[in-house]
Structures are given as structure tokens and as C-alpha cells.
Design a protein around this ligand. Structure first.
Ligand code: AMP
Length: 121
């Protein structure tokens, strides 16, 4: 895999508002926020989509959720609630092919994502 824009963020080749980093993951603010708080949590390992997650990546993927919970606590919205979601492929609208958790918080969030209007289309 040649690397996406997220690899450039990991390597500090382009700027990002980084809120957390450890040996295996990085979290930064989404450039086009869809909620008052919108963070992206990524592994440093390049994995294109959920379909490419291998057995050896199980701990890594779990780690991303641990980072989400840690940031929710640190930023103080753990009790209010938040959403963690990972898009996979075209129908989910994935645009960057380096897996990432979206962490959305700060106000009540709409659900479900598949609305009646979409069902008619
Ligand atoms: P997805 O549609 O699930 O692939 O989400 C990709 C996300 O990456 C979108 O929410 C974009 O706004 C976000 N994004 C793309 N480029 C950047 C960037 N340079 N810095 C921060 N977020 C970005």
C-alpha cells in the first residue's frame, strides 16, 4: 500500500490537530467536523479497510476503541454519550483508505443513518 493522506499526518508531512499519540495509534481532529467534537483515531499501521483487518490486528483494532474511551473521559463527554463509527467501502462513504474510527460528540446525534427518504431512493 502506497499510503494515504493519513500516512502523511503520521509522518508530520502535513499538519493536523493531534490530540493523542502512542506507539501504535494517532488521534486528531477531523478537518470537516460533523459534530462539535469530531476526532479520527487511526492505527499507525496502514490497513486500507475493515476488510483488510487480519487476525494479528485484533489487538490493534481493540486499542483504537480504548483510545476512544480514554479521550472521551479526558475531554469530559463520556457520561453525556458519543458515537464511534468506522466506515467501510463505497456504500458507507469511506473516502480515506486507511482505517479510522470517527469519534463524534458534543450534542445529540441523529440515528439511524439509513432514513425513510433513503429507503425510497
Ligand atoms: P471516511 O469518509 O470515513 O473515509 O472519513 C474520512 C474523514 O477524513 C472525513 O471525515 C474527512 O473530513 C477527514 N479528513 C480528510 N482529510 C483530512 C485531513 N487532512 N485532516 C483531518 N481530517 C481529514
Amino acid at each position: 500500500m502506497s499510503g494515504t493522506i493519513f500516512t502523511k499526518i503520521i509522518n508530520r508531512e502535513i499538519p493536523a490537530d493531534i490530540v493523542f499519540e502512542d506507539d501504535i495509534s494517532l488521534a486528531f481532529r477531523d478537518i470537516n467536523p460533523q459534530a462539535p467534537v469530531h476526532l479520527l483515531i487511526i492505527p499507525k499501521k496502514e490497513i486500507a479497510t475493515i476488510n483488510d483487518v487480519e487476525e494479528g490486528d485484533r489487538e490493534l483494532v481493540g486499542h483504537l476503541y480504548w483510545v476512544a474511551a480514554r479521550l472521551a473521559k479526558e475531554m469530559g463527554f463520556d457520561d453525556d454519550g458519543y458515537r464511534v463509527v468506522m466506515n467501510c467501502g463505497e456504500n458507507a462513504g469511506q473516502t480515506v483508505f486507511h482505517i479510522h474510527l470517527h469519534l463524534l460528540a458534543g450534542k445529540p446525534l441523529g440515528w439511524p443513518p439509513y432514513t425513510d427518504r433513503m429507503k425510497q431512493g
